[in-house]
Design a protein around this ligand. Structure first.
Ligand SMILES: *Cc1c(COP(=O)(O)O)cnc(C)c1O
Length: 478
């Protein structure tokens, strides 16, 4: 399969080149030239790893199925539990737990796999991974790329915009090839500047002289998105196996959304043949996406809020560009919209295009999220993290006739303060609070999260947005 830029169909590259580069040179994002179709019936008995190898091979046929299977076994072997995804039923909603990987967020599904794809794509070339994070991508990317040969990784997170747990997970990261910086700005600042670095001639020249190429571990990299398609297909099959639905029944899928990568992967799964009724895009108080979905107008000119679901505190959702490609089809139209977004912070598409794509959107306040955490614990004994709670609230607001799959994107223990608040639990200090939540809920804290309070903090430097370019450049004097 070949890949081309959302902004220019003539920029065609192989899967390996698309993964190795991250974003396309023209500022666009790589997309597959077509989405492969599958017959889900054929995969009923597949293990997660076997399904991953099949799906990845359909998109990335530069890699052999055997290699992909080997990498999938290594990647998902690091997850806890019987299988990588856990399921929990809340009446007509099934929660798909995507947080059993080593860093306790769904990002592990892609970022435990991406280093294998990247190494095979680099073919000996050196690569510097630049990562902007709203909290979870950073840690998952660090865990994936730690001590990978010919690779180093820079992570930039909003210094005042992540949970204590998220910050400690990153600041205690081991490895000789990792660099972590808090920035005096929000996620949009980090993401925008990383995109600028990719297109900065001086930095590129300096990197080329050192024989190092930049790449991305953000969901602008197509190597992040395709592994995420797998858990949608797998979850559909799991619902059939559990007799929750019959093969062929449409389900609704509700995703707590920030950069629009996760929900886009669900759309790709539908294109491949999974029956979906509605895609429910759930947002927090930064509801630029809800407004876009309900009016057709995307407008980032608005106040930015810090919420208790920080991984969704985003106003410029990168993968909206790939969504536009999916629904508008024409590269010149996507280019037009993105140029408008760059110039004015705004673009518009017809509502009937959005409606045809089966996309609906809702947003929740922090208080609504907390109320859902409490309600679901009281009724079902189930503990949701604040992002999952936003999704659950969105699913309830939509009130589907179909069975709904709510994607649980993080462990509640990544956001212990908010969860404890919602459940009326008090603790003395970070470690004690984890213990108190365990005692009150009977849900145990993932070991890697508990241990961050025992590890030394290696990185506690915070820099300005302007300094991001400098630190990336300094790396070249190594
Ligand atoms: C990254 C993240 C999201 C947002 O996912 P996108 O793919 O960026 O839309 C939601 N919840 C959690 C916990 C996350 O880490």
């Amino acid at each position: 399969m070949q890949f081309f830029s959302t902004r220019d169909k003539t920029r065609v590259v192989t899967a390996k080149e698309a993964i190795f580069r991250g974003p396309a040179d023209d500022g666009g994002l790589f997309v597959a030239d077509r989405i492969p179709k599958i017959d889900l019936n054929q995969y009923m008995d597949y293990s997660y790893e076997a399904l991953a190898a099949e799906v990845l091979h359909l998109f990335f046929d530069d890699f052999s199925k055997n290699d992909l299977l080997d990498w999938a076994r290594k990647a998902y072997g690091s997850f806890s539990g019987e299988e990588p995804v856990g399921y929990f039923d809340l009446d007509t909603i099934t929660v798909a737990e995507l947080f059993h990987g080593p860093t306790a967020a769904f990002k592990d599904f892609a970022l435990q796999m991406l280093p294998y794809l990247m190494a095979a794509s680099a073919e000996g070339r050196k690569v510097r991974i630049l990562t902007a994070t709203s909290g979870d991508t950073g840690k998952a990317a660090l865990a994936g790329f730690q001590d990978v040969e010919n690779t180093d990784i820079f992570v930039f997170y909003p210094a005042h915009g992540v949970s204590t747990m998220q910050r400690r997970q990153m600041s205690t990261q081991r490895g000789s090839n990792v660099y972590v910086y808090g920035i005096e700005g929000n996620f949009d600042d980090a993401q925008r500047t990383v995109k600028e670095i990719f297109r900065d001639d001086d930095l590129r020249e300096a990197s080329r002289r050192s024989g190092i190429e930049f790449s991305s571990a953000n969901s602008i990299n197509i190597g992040r998105l395709v592994p995420q398609v797998v858990y949608y297909l797998y979850s559909y099959l799991a619902l059939v196996r559990r007799n929750t639905i019959a093969m062929g029944d449409a389900i609704d899928i509700c995703v707590p959304t920030g950069n629009f990568g996760n929900i886009l992967a669900a759309m790709y799964a539908k294109e491949m043949g999974m029956p979906v009724g509605r895609f429910i895009c759930a947002s927090n108080k930064n509801h630029v996406l809800t407004d876009f979905i309900t009016t057709g107008v995307y407008d980032k000119n608005r106040d930015f809020y810090k919420t208790t679901s920080p991984s969704m505190d985003i106003l410029v959702a990168s993968n909206i560009e790939r969504y536009l490609h999916l629904v508008l089809k024409k590269d010149y139209k996507v280019r037009e919209k993105m140029e408008s977004l760059n110039a004015t912070g705004r673009f518009e598409i017809p509502m009937d295009v959005i409606n045809r794509s089966k996309l609906v959107g809702y947003w929740s306040t922090d208080a609504e999220g907390e109320a859902r955490i409490r309600e679901v614990f009281d009724r079902f004994g189930y503990v949701m993290d604040p992002h999952t709670a936003v999704a659950y609230d969105g699913a309830k607001k939509h009130g589907s006739a179909n069975h709904v799959l709510v994607m649980a994107t993080a462990s509640p223990y990544k956001f212990p303060d908010t969860v404890a608040d919602a459940l009326g639990i008090e603790g003395e200090g970070d470690v004690d609070l984890l213990k108190k939540i365990e005692d009150a809920t009977g849900v145990s804290c993932p070991r890697p999260l508990r241990s961050v309070f025992d590890l030394p903090e290696r990185f506690n430097k915070s820099i300005t947005v302007e300094e991001m370019k400098e630190v990336v450049k300094e790396g070249f004097h190594d």
